[in-house]
Design a protein around this ligand. Structure first.
Ligand SMILES: Nc1ncnc2c1ncn2[C@@H]1O[C@H](COP(=O)(O)OP(=O)(O)OP(=O)(O)O)[C@@H](O)[C@H]1O
Ligand SMILES: [Mg+2]
Length: 362
């Protein structure tokens, strides 16, 4: 997918922008608080998702304006398409002039992968963020995973409800029934996540190799402490049957399910050390970037459409070699990079440069 044109009116501090970006690397530089992130956020909205900053829709409308309007012309599925988004009380969207029942209908057509400094928590933060990353990525490349995942959540909630009331209403038959269902659902989740992590690892390793000029080795595995790598689905079912039986006492004591894929983690290491516990700032940033680029590569491989890459404020804390890789070696991708330091641009070999100044793009 390629973004050909973006028009944005009254979104955040962008009063009016009419922009025809280049098909490869686009650098948007400018001082703090000029509107660089706002521009990337405007593009991101065409994925149908919420703001990547977690903002409410009403906060996106320029203060004092009645509504925000966005129009994007992009090339996808073999033809040029135009989507429009209006944010007033609600967000509405049209595609090629036809109103959509919901802006989320754009998901899957307009693809984007975003890096923002908040995403560093993917490495630094709790396992929940890493599970969320794999689960969200899996839902995109393998839509049947949405059902697998909701089935597991449903079983987990029901089992937890039973455990919570156990003291007053112990029910062994029911617990056994939930255990049987949970082992099957858990195995489905584990197999999907493990297999996705395998292909993600291949792609992320290649990106990390490029970022670090081959000086550091990236590695990734799903729940490294468990022997999942070599196991068949049936063996994983057996594994969970046994684990649930073993945790029975602990589960009843705690009043919830103390084990299961809802407690598992993705481990990322750099040159043999955990990125979360030992990584430097630059290494952690590189690791997130490698994961994000890998997510994009898998999406391209699986869907045949390539997402655009939005890199917000990615350059700080990266040395020149790593910056050079991002600017000059992400061949074949349409990339949007924001930065503050204008000297960064001097190292851009080929691409377009724009300056953001008080909401105006020059
Ligand atoms: N709804 C809104 N209406 C008007 N202005 C807004 C709105 N939301 C945010 N802004 C303003 O937009 C400005 C620019 O924000 P943005 O986050 O895009 O800056 P930036 O160029 O990315 O800066 P930095 O380099 O610090 O990340 C901020 O000063 C903010 O006050
Ligand atoms: Mg910013």
């Amino acid at each position: 997918m390629i973004v050909r044109q973006l028009k944005a009116a009254d979104i955040r501090n962008l009063t009016f922008v009419d922009w025809t970006p280049g098909e490869q690397v686009n650098i948007i530089y400018g001082q703090n608080a000029q509107g660089k992130t706002n521009l990337l956020e405007s593009l991101w909205l065409f994925t149908g998702g919420k703001s990547f900053r977690g903002s409410k829709d009403s906060e996106l409308v320029r203060i004092g304006a009645p509504r925000a309007r966005l129009q994007c012309t992009f090339f996808a599925e073999g033809r040029e398409q135009t989507a429009e988004i209006t944010i007033e009380k609600r967000r509405k969207a049209t595609l090629n002039g036809v109103a959509l029942s919901s802006p989320t209908k754009l998901t899957g057509l307009f693809g984007a992968v975003v890096f923002s400094p908040d995403h560093l928590m993917m490495i630094k933060g709790s396992p929940e963020l890493r599970r969320r990353f794999i689960d969200a990525a899996l839902c995109q490349v393998q839509p049947s995973y949405i059902r697998t995942y909701s089935e597991y959540l449903h079983i987990l909630q029901q089992r937890n409800a039973l455990l919570k009331e156990w003291y007053h209403f112990p029910d062994d038959d029911q617990l056994e029934a939930w255990n049987t269902r949970m082992t099957e659902a858990a195995a489905d989740i584990v197999v999907a996540r493990r297999d996705y992590c395998r292909i993600l690892r291949e792609q992320a390793t290649a990106v990390y190799h490029g970022l670090s000029s081959g000086r550091e080795e990236f590695s990734l595995s799903y729940e490294a402490d468990k022997p999942y790598e070599q196991m068949t689905r049936e063996e994983i079912v057996d594994f969970w049957r046994q684990s649930l039986a073993e945790s029975r006492k602990a589960d009843i004591g705690a009043g919830f399910s103390t084990v299961g894929p809802h407690r598992e983690d993705l481990s990322v290491s750099i040159s043999g050390l955990s990125a979360r516990h030992y990584g430097s700032q630059g290494q952690q940033r590189s690791a997130v970037l490698a994961l994000k680029m890998a997510e994009a590569a898998v999406l391209r491989e699986r869907t045949g459409e390539q997402p655009v890459i939005l890199l917000d404020d990615v350059m700080s804390e990266l040395d020149e070699t790593r910056q050079d890789y991002l600017m000059n070696h992400l061949d074949g991708w349409q990339v949007f990079i924001t930065c503050c330091d204008p000297s960064t641009i001097s190292r851009l070999a080929d691409g377009n440069v724009y300056k953001m100044d008080a909401g105006e793009l020059k």
